[in-house]
Write a protein of this length. Structure first.
Length: 424
């Protein structure tokens, strides 16, 4: 009993260490950089839309399990040869032919119809799988867009923050010249207004940053503040020429292939309707006491004799629907080829513009503003620096927008082909 307080203190100390370790680990995990590929992989694994598509596939598979099977038999009860006139009317024992019957009837669809049902069910599985592939591609692209939006806003913030030192220097120079009797109050006010305008821009970017973080959190389920290094948006994981050749392999086109398969399966079902269906019936009749019971066996067959305005019309309709799907598929193929070509051209164009921004425009703007401020320090006018500063700010914002546009086109092209990791 005397050792109990000491044991409690040891236990408390151990718990404190564990809690501290958990806190540090959680903080580190929360601040760990999240790369684009990590964000896409994590978002795909927990996307509710993909869970819904998985459920659709499971439902299609369950439907396929019962496709082509015989329908349930029918159990019948009745009475036959029941007199309704004469001395024995409405009596089950007055006539020796009266029987109480119980029977079973089994309908047997044709082999062609059952096989057509199986093919249609298989086509529904293919359609559900293709729908999941298209949804996966869309989800991956949306997650990438959310990550790119946050990345681009962070680049915009960094580009503007880099200008704060020069703004502060301009304010100090104008105030120093004003105190020395060489400058003007309007220059000092203009420099302060320019610095305040830059702060306003940064406040706007801060709001954009919060919105972009909320957009990425929607897919990852947790806030992300630190991003990992961006991939090389100037190089696609798949060559543009291969993308334009592999149109049918792309996720949006797989849905069309599945629709065409469904239309073909529906046409097969319509053709199977011309094959006769069969039925088998068996019944047992019990007569009055002392008389023999009866057994009845019947075999029936449907007679599709007048097919011109029945089955043939159905076949013609399904053929027209299949032809419509095939034509729409070809149109979608051409539209997809055009969309890919346009996206590749736009991606390459933005890449060329970004290179010009980095090599020429941004350095020129920086040198212009720096030269103008040096001229003011040497006794010149402040207006050239104000003009150069405003142009530099707008150029940097345009550069950040170009970064985002280029990266989004990269994502739209990079995730066109399905990944084997995304299979259900």
């Amino acid at each position: 009993m005397l050792c109990l307080p000491s044991a409690r203190r040891g236990l408390a100390s151990g718990l404190a260490v564990v809690l501290a370790w958990v806190t540090v680990t959680a903080a580190y995990a929360a601040e760990a950089p999240v790369s684009l590929e990590q964000a896409v992989r994590q978002g795909v694994t927990q996307a509710p839309l993909l869970s819904a598509r998985d459920a659709d596939i499971e439902a299609a598979r369950d439907e396929a399990m019962r496709a082509g099977r015989l329908p349930d038999p029918s159990l019948t009860f009745g009475i036959s040869n029941y007199p309704v006139t004469g001395p024995g009317a409405f009596s089950v024992d007055s006539d020796t032919m009266t029987m109480r019957t119980v029977g079973v009837t089994q309908t047997i669809p044709s082999h062609a119809a059952r096989e057509a049902d199986r093919r249609f069910a298989d086509a529904q599985i293919t359609a559900a799988t293709a729908d999941r592939a298209a949804t996966t591609q869309n989800v991956r692209e949306q997650i990438a867009d959310a990550w790119i939006e946050l990345w681009a806003v962070q680049r915009k913030r960094d580009l503007l923050i880099a200008l704060r030192d020069e703004s502060g220097l301009a304010v100090k120079l104008t105030q120093a010249r004003l105190r020395g009797g060489e400058g003007s109050a309007s220059d000092a006010l203009a420099a302060r207004a320019e610095a305040a305008s830059l702060d306003n821009r940064l406040d706007g970017v801060k709001a954009e940053l919060s919105a972009a973080q909320a957009g990425l959190q929607r897919w990852l389920g947790e806030p992300v503040t630190t991003l990992g290094e961006a991939p090389d948006f100037g190089r696609l994981p798949v060559a543009p020429a291969l993308l334009e050749q592999a149109i049918d392999r792309q996720a949006p086109m797989q849905a069309w292939q599945a629709r065409e398969a469904l239309a073909e399966a529906a046409l097969t079902q319509a053709r199977a309707a011309k094959h006769p269906d069969w039925s088998v019936s068996a019944s047992y009749g019990r007569r009055a006491s002392g008389l023999s019971d009866m057994v009845m066996l019947e075999v029936g067959v449907s007679l599709p004799l007048f097919t011109r305005n029945r089955q043939d019309r159905g076949i013609s309709a399904k053929q027209a629907q299949r032809d419509a799907v095939q034509a729409a598929h070809e149109d979608a193929r051409r539209a997809q080829r055009e969309a890919v070509a346009r996206a590749v051209a736009a991606w390459q164009g933005w890449g060329d513009q970004l290179q010009r921004y980095r090599d020429t425009l941004l350095p020129l703007d920086h040198d212009r503003a720096k030269t103008a401020l040096a001229g003011y320090r040497g006794g010149g006018d402040l207006q050239p620096w104000l003009d150069a500063r405003r142009d530099e700010i707008e150029r940097r914002l345009a550069y950040a927008d170009a970064l985002a546009a280029h990266a989004r086109l990269w994502a739209a092209l990079a995730y066109l082909l399905p990944s084997t990791e995304d299979a259900p």
